[in-house]
Design a protein around this ligand. Sequence first.
Ligand code: NAD
Length: 419
Amino acid sequence: MSVPHDELNPLEAAEARFDLAAEALNLNEGMRKVLRSPAREVIIHIPVELDDGRLEVFTGYRIQHSIARGPAKGGIRYAPDVSLDEVRALASWMTWKCAVVNIPFGGGKGGVICDPTILSDRELERITRRYTAELIDVIGPESDVPAPDMGTNQQTMAWIMDTYSMHKRHTVNAVVTGKPVDLGGSRGRTEATGRGLMIVTLEALKKFGIAPGEARVVVQGFGNVGGQAARLMSKAGMKIVTLIEWDGAVHNAEGLDIEALIAHRKQTGSIVDFAGGTNVDKTEALYTECDVLVPAAKENVITSANADKIRAKIICEGANGPTTALADPILKKSNIFIIPDILANAGGVTVSYFEWVQDRQGFFWNEELVNTRLEEIMTASFRDVVSYAEKHEVDNRTAAYMLALDRVAFTIQQRGLYA
Ligand code: NAD
């Protein structure tokens, strides 16, 4: 395994996992080069007039890591620290994630270096529309389908869809996913990532012989992913014993009432001081003894500095990259069963795929159908990864990467090289 020089650098983390899987697959050097290299990288500079009349230029990226198995698929991030390396890493993650759940997409990612918290809606709209216009020949339902990521949302997707459609002179809702339902978004998309986490956690509990009602779960992050996961896991009977947010953590050994906690946060703006639990230290809370730990807040939470303190039987990775490559061997020593991010949180991109299919057919499914099909894909993918790991005697993360690399490499081999 190539040892990351900077444990927290996302590109190095992605490469470390890639190398490990490529080695285990015994992939030849040529194919490794092909799989490692992004197919296309676009850098654009976006001039925008701010509300006070000043002109500002923002830098944006769109990277298509792979289009071998279908259109590039992946979110667009607006944040001050977006970098080319980060977008590259995230784009390759999307390729592997789509391949693990076996949906006909490649991987892509975009970003704009800006601080959405200090920009007005009008300024964000101008940035988004100009960014889209610059990418008019790059994105498209058949070529590259963006989605929301950090700092972007349903409204951003509506602006992209509208700008793209104005250029094409007709409505093209399949150009983005994560749109409002009224504009061709899919039912069930908002909770899809959390629902996927719940489905794979139930599968893992079965393997451990733990009944859902006996399972003690710790969730970090009470946002879209963690909040929905906590709500759905609790509905499935699991006990959410600890919830961790950036400003504190709450604990109840009998299980927190998640609906009441959502109401408390709505009222007070925080999860702390919840009447149905006790406040606990947010750092120590991550080390609570539990059956399932769900890191669903951000990357680099479990590192070589704290991995030995984790006391969970199962880690179900809600966030992208919550565990660093150097933490993996430490968790392995503790026999912790990891459901890796590229499998665990793939429910979001799976329902994005459903959204794209519905848009292209102009025929929309009810929520029950979305959820049933999501469950089929997540359950099958979990079983694929775990049986692959058992067969090849590797950990689940390496198995997920091996499965993904193998699928993409096989497609490239079958298609042959156009030269
Ligand atoms: P979000 O912003 O809705 O939620 C993140 C939550 O984590 C927020 O409530 C935030 O306050 C909390 N948080 C931030 N720093 C924290 C800290 N240090 N300790 C505890 N809590 C902290 O974002 P999200 O959409 O839920 O995404 C969370 C993660 O999941 C990200 O890594 C994202 O890339 C990944 N992810 C999201 C989706 C999706 O469909 N939204 C899909 C796949 C992966």
